[in-house]
Design a protein around this ligand. Structure first.
Ligand code: PLP
Length: 388
């Protein structure tokens, strides 16, 4: 039985974020590994959650989410992207984007189906594809600009491909897929009659270029499951209020699975995120401007410390190459980093099937206070003089 369990779980034992955050706690190091802000989001949103608790919104909410939130999500999609979704049957509230992704893959894939995704990929994609009994087909985004070969993408699509999973803005690279890239992806989805599942949790964290939901491209509105959440945008990652927007048949399929995963979650937080989604444009502008300042501060600091830095166009992560330190193994580097200089980072290799493509890459997050980033950079500057 132990052998059976070990073989069943191989490769998915502990997420790298849990491992590295535990290392940060154990060593007292600055945690630039896991992507959570070190300051809460707006007090007004926290107050809305407290008010919702006091008002008695503490029992199971409706399975598809409270109407106020579904309407706010639909209004958000219309306001930012001109996408019209009916809050009654085209919007579903989920336990974070994570559940939206899991429920979509479980609902839409059958054993033997193939799922095309880009690597490096967010770790839950591989796990949920495996849970669905499907197989992943991976297309590599390559440094320095994280572009991909159109031929590689075309070749990854076979007659078993059921869906394409896209994350833009992209974790861990910070890549924001361009209109041309999205047009190619959309054309292939239409040509091969694929469903697209998009993870857009960093939609409001774009520094260069613009975020274009795949669903806005010709032929994509009714074959795309658009997933996002309030965690990153409003800096309440622990609340896990996410959502799925799609055509009624797709939402119905995802909802069928979702009801047996969590059924519902976070009743009072749904009220608070519904309120947050109505914030004016200034809120979203200030949010991205503040994060751009942090991006620039950390990128400059990492460059000065000797890393090769791939400046991100979006998200709150920056990927670096550790080769300038004469090192090639990011996993070894990250496990030693807390002892060497008191900083935690994440090795990108865990997001790759082609481990050679990601071996020397290391990810840092910059969703921390500026003084914390400065302190981390100060510590990292000692790297060049501290032996591995
Ligand atoms: C690409 C990506 N998708 C999904 C998530 C999880 O989103 P949520 O907290 O809403 O489940 C994260 C969190 O780090 C992420 O980076």
């Amino acid at each position: 039985m132990t052998d059976y369990l070990a073989s069943r779980l191989r490769g998915f034992e502990t997420t790298i974020f849990a491992e590295m955050s535990a290392l940060a706690v154990r060593t007292g190091a600055i945690n630039l590994g896991q992507g959570f802000p070190d300051a809460d989001g707006p007090a007004e949103v926290a107050d809305a959650a407290i008010a919702a608790i006091r008002a008695g919104h503490n029992q199971y909410p409706p399975g598809i989410g409270i109407p106020e939130l579904r309407h706010a999500i639909a209004a958000h999609q219309q306001r930012f992207y001109g996408l019209a979704f009916d809050p009654e049957d085209e919007v579903l509230v989920t336990a974070g984007a994570t559940e939206g992704i899991a429920a979509s893959l479980l609902a839409l894939c059958e054993p033997g189906d193939e799922v095309v995704m880009f690597e490096p990929y967010y770790d839950s994609y591989a796990a949920c594809t495996a849970l669905a009994g499907a197989t992943r087909r991976v297309v590599t985004l390559r440094t320095p600009d994280y572009s991909f070969e159109p031929d590689e993408l075309t070749a990854a699509i076979t007659n078993r491909t059921r869906l394409l999973l896209l994350n833009s803005p992209h974790n861990p690279t910070g890549k924001v897929f361009t209109r041309e890239e999205l047009e190619l992806i959309a054309r292939l989805c239409v040509e091969h009659d694929l469903i697209a599942v998009t993870d857009e949790v960093y939609e409001h964290l774009v520094f260069d270029g613009e975020h274009l939901p795949l669903a806005t491209l010709p032929g994509m509105r009714d074959r795309t499951v658009t997933i996002s959440s309030g965690g990153k945008t409003f800096s309440f990652t622990g609340w896990k209020i996410g959502w799925v927007c799609a055509a009624p048949a797709l939402v119905a399929a995802v909802r069928t699975v979702k009801q047996f995963l969590t059924f519902v979650n976070g009743a009072p937080f749904q009220h608070a995120i519904a309120h947050a989604l109505t914030f004016d444009d200034d809120f979203f502008r200030t949010f991205v401007d503040d994060m751009r300042t942090k991006r620039d501060r950390l990128c400059d600091g990492l460059t000065a410390a000797g890393f090769d830095v791939f400046e991100p166009a979006g998200t709150y992560f920056v990927t670096t190459d550790i080769s300038p330190f004469g090192e090639t193994d990011g996993a070894t580097f990250c496990r030693a980093l807390p002892e060497r200089c008191g900083v935690v980072a994440v090795p990108n290799v865990v997001f790759y099937d082609d481990e050679d493509a990601g071996r020397s890459l290391v990810r840092f997050t910059f969703c921390k206070r500026l003084d914390v980033l400065d302190e981390a950079v100060g510590r990292l500057r000692t790297l060049a003089t501290v032996a591995p």
